[in-house]
Design a protein around this ligand. Structure first.
Ligand code: XMP
Length: 325
């Protein structure tokens, strides 16, 4: 099949156009899949969630979604996947708690590229194990979108960890492969996915693993997750959600001295990053109101265990990258 978007394809900008796309894809998916089963790795990100919703509409329980919790997801994400897909959409969802497995593999590994490779390879392994437990799967659905094919976006270029073994080669189902991200969101909305999922900011595949610098430890990972949740809550409350392109926290692997409850404390720091960009190749720093930064700092130092200091990263890309790693 061609990997070039047909010239005749209209840009999906409205609900009516999304409905037409959905109807066309539902018919095409039913024709392609028939009575067979389809497997999908459902991370809860925009692309895999929209593929899932589309396939659920087309083939219902013939779709088997596998959600692997590798312990590096943001606060509330696995719960949201279960709530939306299992409870609201009545999907066939396999939830795999692989937290200990990933964290054990990552223990003591400091080098960023090694961490990425371990996370990617372990993900494939867990997914493969789940696939082997299932009978009658002939298709593998993927949330490939047009920028992935064009390779213009840096976002999925990092997914370079190999694939499933030879004996598990399924026929691919890629219903979004000609869509741009904004179109995927319009389609997701029309399929009834919640805004929190459809308008989600980008999130790297290796998740919080790239924001917990150096060797990942459970205490610092929890500090990243909790501080990120506070930042997201405050951005949402203060009208910055949907306005700022990407925002998150980082916990480096060094401690500094501070004072807590009248005593010296030797604890971790949290760094806040909030950037705007068009294509992630360059980025500018969001001018977050100073009072809000102070408020977030007060909350993080009060609520997140083991943290005594918060910094705001003022570096654009270049010279910084968006993530710290
Ligand atoms: P950098 O840090 O290179 O990041 O300026 C550019 C954009 O890419 C995202 N990113 C990833 N996205 N898988 C992804 O899907 C990854 O492994 C990955 N690593 C970085 C990053 O969040 C930013 O939006």
């Amino acid at each position: 099949m061609s990997n070039v978007r047909p010239e005749s394809m209209e840009r999906i900008t409205t609900e009516a156009l999304a409905e037409a796309f959905i109807a066309e894809q539902v018919a095409a998916l039913r024709a392609q899949v028939g009575e067979k089963k389809v497997l999908l790795a459902l991370s809860g990100g925009v692309d895999s969630s929209v593929v899932a919703a589309l396939l659920i509409k087309a083939i219902g329980k013939q779709l088997v979604c596998v959600h692997v919790n590798h312990g590096l997801l943001r606060k509330g994400e696995p719960e949201q996947v279960i709530e939306v897909f299992r409870h609201q959409m009545d999907a066939n969802l396999v939830y795999v708690d692989a937290v200990d497995r990933f964290l054990d593999k990552l223990a003591g590994v400091e080098e960023p590229e090694k961490k990425r490779k371990i996370i990617g390879a372990e993900f494939i392994r867990v997914f493969e194990e789940e696939a082997r437990k299932l009978d009658g799967i002939e298709f593998l659905a993927q949330g490939t979108i047009y920028p992935d094919i064009l390779e213009s976006g840096p976002v999925k270029a990092h997914h370079n960890v190999g694939g499933l073994p030879e004996d598990l080669q399924f026929e691919l189902v890629e219903p979004l492969k000609f869509l741009f991200k904004d179109e995927v969101r319009v389609v997701g909305k029309a399929l009834g996915l919640p805004d929190g999922m459809v308008y989600r900011q980008p999130f790297p595949g290796p998740g919080l693993g790239v924001r917990c610098l150096g060797a990942i430890t459970r205490d610092r990972l929890e500090a990243v997750r909790e501080s990120d949740a506070i930042l997201r809550e405050e951005f949402q409350k203060n009208g910055l959600e949907g306005k700022v392109w990407q925002y998150f926290t980082i916990v480096p692997d060094f401690k500094s001295v501070g004072v807590k409850e009248g005593k010296r404390s030797f604890e971790w720091s949290v760094i806040i990053r909030a950037v705007n960009t068009k294509d992630a190749m360059t980025a500018t720093v969001e001018d977050v109101p100073f009072a809000l930064l102070q408020h977030i700092t007060a909350r993080i130092t009060a609520e997140v265990k083991g943290v005594n200091r918060v910094c705001y990263d003022l570096t654009p890309k270049p010279t910084g990258t968006i993530e710290w790693e």
